[in-house]
Write a protein that binds this ligand. Structure first.
Ligand SMILES: Nc1nc2c(ncn2[C@@H]2O[C@H](COP(=O)(O)OP(=O)(O)OP(=O)(O)O)[C@@H](O)[C@H]2O)c(=O)[nH]1
Ligand SMILES: [Mg+2]
Length: 242
């Protein structure tokens, strides 16, 4: 059995409530339906926590949020929604002591969420995906104990665009950065153009314009689109482009 299922099974055994952490910029894409099914079949309570909500227009995300019940928006970075989240956890446990498992895609902010809840830097975080390696238990307060877990995505999933966009695979380790960056530009053209003040409309031209803008040229004065692609993906993954 792959070790991630071992982790998931252990958390499911120990926790009464499972929080699935999602990225507000890719709510549907960061859901792991395989794990959701398992949570349901084990009879555990699930709570969807949509993190990084500082990076999106909440009015737009609200429509998707409505399909997830129960769910909350939070920003671990700005400590927004954390009081409400604690309240919700205690409401679900009917005020009893409770263990909460934190599951989700790599890099969605599981460890950051725990730190925002506990008000301490107890869980180690990083912009690099796959940072948390094993299970870690952290006491939030006298009633709430949380278990941090390593991020997982469905093993059969081979979607390089999705992994690049969500940061599940680090920008430095993406095998086909230009393909992933071009797909991202297609999907988020307005935002990206606005962020860098770009004029081009065609996605490939946009990538070239980024390379020119940052003066990254290769032989013959051609734009270094490989650099531009990795740079764009890194900035996207790090939440620099709002
Ligand atoms: N803008 C923004 N960035 C966030 C937020 N929460 C986390 N991050 C950033 O997202 C990156 C990943 O955070 P982690 O908490 O390490 O994510 P994780 O889900 O524990 O990642 P793994 O352990 O690798 O699976 C870090 O660079 C965080 O600073 C948030 O609410 N807003
Ligand atoms: Mg982590």
């Amino acid at each position: 059995m792959p070790s991630f299922w071992k982790h998931v099974n252990q958390v499911l055994k120990e926790a009464e409530i499972i929080i699935e952490v999602l990225d507000a910029r890719s709510i549907e894409e960061t859901r792991n339906k395989e794990i959701e099914k398992k949570i349901e079949s084990e009879g555990k309570k699930i709570l969807f926590v949509i993190n990084k909500s500082d990076l999106v227009d909440l009015k737009k995300a609200e429509a998707i949020k409505k399909t997830l019940k129960p769910s909350l928006f939070i920003s671990s970075k700005d400590h927004l929604g954390t009081t409400l989240l604690k309240k919700k956890i205690l409401e679900m446990s009917r005020g009893e002591k409770v263990t909460v498992g934190i599951l989700g895609y790599p890099n969605v902010g599981k460890s950051s969420l725990i730190n925002a809840l506990s008000g301490r830097g107890s869980a180690r975080t990083s912009a690099e995906s796959g940072y948390t390696k094993g299970l870690q238990k952290i006491k939030v307060d006298n009633k709430i104990l949380v278990i941090d877990t390593p991020g997982v995505f469905p093993r059969k999933e081979k979607d390089s665009f999705k992994h690049g966009k969500t940061g599940a695979i680090d920008s430095g380790r993406i095998k086909d950065p230009e393909f992933v960056a071009l797909s991202l530009i297609e999907e988020e053209k307005t935002r990206i153009k606005k962020h860098y003040g770009l004029k081009e409309e065609d996605s490939e031209k946009i990538l070239e314009e980024i390379a020119f803008k940052f003066k990254r040229l290769i032989k013959g004065g051609k734009p270094d689109t490989d650099y531009a692609a990795r740079f764009l993906l890194k900035e996207w993954q790090n939440g620099k482009i709002k």
